[in-house]
Ligand binder design. Structure first.
Ligand code: HEM
Length: 251
């Protein structure tokens, strides 16, 4: 008996891999179901639902942008100082003193633009294919909240460099919130952490940007993907029978 075959009989191997080699349909299904990472994806996906020209991969691209933003964002947190006298200088220092500093900062910024664009186009795709209709109506609602969170993430991040652009963007944003009927004054106070833009504002927006909104986004995305599975997978562009006939003709 070879060394590998002997190893496959050990308790150590069996404690990690509980299935036989995936060379039969049954074992292939078991491998997917028993893996923490792989089981997130359905075992079988109808070919008609994953046509690139149907989804354009836009939901996946939105997720990819979010992952790039998380990795580059955590890296930026090693250098960024959320204090009024230091924020701008720490960003300047990052560009000149830190290896790949400017590159990573730009990657974070471009991925942020990319995510807003991808999420928006994904929403347009869902709308034009009618995929918002029942049973996917609740997932559309989760999507609208995800879109709002994406825009808020972008806006709160815009403030953090504490340059003139950022400062006046908050001035405009908080004035807009201040014009809300009935609760305008309270909304403005909540955003600024006081009557004027200052340290309290920076800490609030920093916490929203690096903690609260990303956590909300992760929780909503988990629900969103779960619902895609529960609603019967991605909606179908053409009737099942037509697709099967096409698949048979293609061999
Ligand atoms: C962070 C933002 C988002 C991520 C990561 C995301 C991800 C995904 C993924 C991976 C899918 C599978 C199909 C595909 O890729 O097109 C999907 C489907 C879907 N998404 Fe999103 N999505 C986001 C935002 C939105 C928004 C803003 C809406 C609408 C307001 C939305 C509504 C839907 C619906 C209804 C489906 C089912 C579509 C179908 O079955 O054809 N999503 N989403």
């Amino acid at each position: 008996m070879g060394l590998w075959a002997k190893f496959k009989n050990t308790t150590l191997y069996k404690s990690i891999y509980r299935n036989e080699y995936p060379d039969t349909p049954r074992n292939q299904v078991l491998v997917i179901l028993n893996s923490l990472v792989l089981h997130l994806h359905p075992v079988k996906v109808p070919r008609r639902a994953v046509r690139v020209s149907y989804t354009w991969g836009l939901g996946g691209l939105s997720l990819l942008m979010f992952l790039i933003l998380t990795v580059t964002g955590v890296w930026l947190m090693f250098y960024y100082v959320p204090a009024v006298p230091d924020a701008y200088l720490s960003m300047r220092a990052l560009e000149t003193d830190v290896i790949f500093g400017q590159f990573t900062r730009n990657l974070h910024r471009w991925a942020a633009h990319g995510m807003v664009l991808a999420v928006w186009l994904h929403m347009v795709r869902v709308f034009y294919t009618g995929a918002y209709k029942p049973p996917r109506d609740f997932n559309w609602v989760i999507g609208v909240i995800l879109f709002t969170v994406t825009v808020l993430l972008s806006f709160t991040g815009y403030l953090l460099p504490w340059d003139q652009l950022a400062y006046w963007a908050i001035a405009v944003g908080s004035e807009m919130a201040g014009s809300t009927p009935v609760i305008g004054r309270e909304a403005r106070m909540a955003l600024l952490g006081g009557h004027t833009i200052g340290q309290a504002t920076l800490v609030r927006w920093y916490t929203l940007h690096v903690l609260l909104l990303p956590l909300a986004c992760i929780a909503l995305m988990a629900m969103h993907f779960w619902r895609v599975r529960k609603d019967g997978g991605i909606s179908t562009p053409i009737p099942y029978e037509e697709d099967e006939a096409e698949a048979r003709a293609e061999g």
